[in-house]
Design a protein. Sequence first.
Length: 718
Amino acid sequence: MSQNKLSSLERKIIELLKSYPDASIPIPLLEDALSLKKKKGGQKLKKSINRLKQLGHIRVTKGNLVRLNEVAEADKSFVQGKLDVTSHGDGYVIVEGRDQDIKISHKFLGTALDGDIVKVKLMGYHRKSNKPMGRIEEVVQRSRTLFVGTLEKVAQNTYLIKSDQQSSRVDFFVDPDDLNGARPGDKVTFNLVQWDDVRGYPQARVVQSLGDAGTNEANVLSILAEKQFASSFPDHVEEFAERIPDHITEDEIARRRDMRDEVVMTIDPANAKDFDDGLSIAILNNGNYYLGVHIADVTHYMPRGSILDEEALHRGTSVYLVDRVIPMLPERLSNGVCSLRPNEDKLAYSCFMEIAPNGKLVNYSIEETVIHSKQRFVYDEVQDILDGNADHPFINELQILEKLAKTLLERRFNEGSINFETPEPKFVLDENGKPVDVIVKERLFAHRLIEECMLMANKTVATHVQSLRKQKGGGKTSKNDHPFLYRVHDKPDLEKLNNIRETVKPIGINFDLNGNVTPKKINSLLQQVEETSLEKIINGLMLRAMAKAEYTPKNIGHFGLGFENYTHFTSPIRRYPDVIVHRLLKRYSAGATEYTYEQLTQNGEHCSERERYAVEAERDSVKLKQVEYLSERLGQTFAGTISGVTDNGIYVQINDIYCEGMIRVSDLKDDYYIYHPKLHCLTGRSKGKKYRLGDAINVKVVRTDLEKRQIDLELSRS
């Protein structure tokens, strides 16, 4: 089994056990043999042993005796990893050290469920895709996955849960003693108790009732639970937050750079309450800009390892749903103590940047500050001022920021940033959370203004740490010199880019992929489809072709932005990686260390996963409201654009509400249609009628499914 991603201690344990392959070694003896310090060393050893056991490298027998897992070492046809079950019911096992995940057909999943650690028998490669295939032989460790479903009473004292998630595949049996107050018809969250035989029902225990199935509240809470997010904080975390003082002492002010007399302003959405970034701007005597990006100093109030910190790390991020925000930090901090509210003294961590008129960074400093925001702007208000439709005492500062942002934006695109513009739907909700209207969010330059300033600060901070590493290493860098948490973005998937090339070829667009994939080539394609019927579709396909951005101490740069060094520094109220970055910067400034490379790797993987879940929850929330909206409009006709063609049917994006539904091939009654994958079209065998990607089409909404968040369409002749 691959040891590529094992820590140095984990590798030492494996090497030591290989020296005594037939022995079972007591843990205290291992501790002595590895010369570990008693308290901290024992904790590290226990953590490493648990991880090696989970990965299948070792076994821990009765009496805490450790030995090599002979099966794992001897039989390479067996591997161990984490199961990810798709909405279609098939699974993929993710194995550390393997480039490709192992596909598991639904009939070979056994009793394994989403998130379980499983042992897999390799069964060769798929005939067409050449991807590895396998069969699950054993569930090594059950996940703590929270499932969601509807409780039903099927007989006297007999209850089943119909799971919402197709990834759980089966109904669950519930003992009456495990109902936890839930009633038939309730939407519930539940855990697995046991499932030993694939021929029987798995047994579940209800964790919480979310209310009557089908209500807006139950639907929204279900989305959160599916992605393992809690809607409220534990009592002990709230109590900890309430005890945090909001008064800033004179001693604390004295040790910081005092910016309270300077003009600092915040610019946020109208409904925002967690203001974690502010701006200051000036023109220096030499003509350069002096930009200050001031970030809420969360780490001052949240000691590492505290119950508040552990909860924030577990959550990883705030979640922004259509009708609510699930914050990473309790409201007392996110909207109160830490939030850079106007006309209040606040602690900040600031990045000051001197920038030449051409957008080049000349000098910088990163300092702990105290600020006093003079103005809380909203985006629309700033745009009105910049457009000359309103006056304001700080119009000069806003105009300077606008000029700087335009320069930074132009420089960024010239240096290889990809220019994505994807419209987002915005819902008008009634008092019950029901959507009564859908509009597309307007993209203002005021949004760009903030983005460019934040990007510049994030880039500057990452470049600063790289310079520290080079100074210490005499130009060379080691992973253990000033380890840092970067925001990285790998090159896109070449196979998906080839699919896009084939998609645009029939309409006369050449997407050149010879040689290296570059941002310039991608931007060229995006410019060619601009203001065509394919613009939104190609933008969406290109986004899906992109690698997922991740948090890691291994700096490979950010392909999408075209930056060699990039991190997340500007949102510690709502992103835990920014908290880590603040701690690292402060400790390096003091000449000390905070996190090891291995700790940053683990935290980065966790935060990347939590971010993916949050994005999925946000998308599901949008889709839910779109389905709700169209559920009230069955039979109505909408203008749309064909966004995808498969052998099963036609995907159509409804133009006005930026929402996708499907026309099934079986509902195309006027002919027998043949699918042409290379041309991305369906063609009628008798009449020759074609349905192609990007074609305008009128559709009628015929069915909606709130549980599955699906929309079924038919062709409209009107």
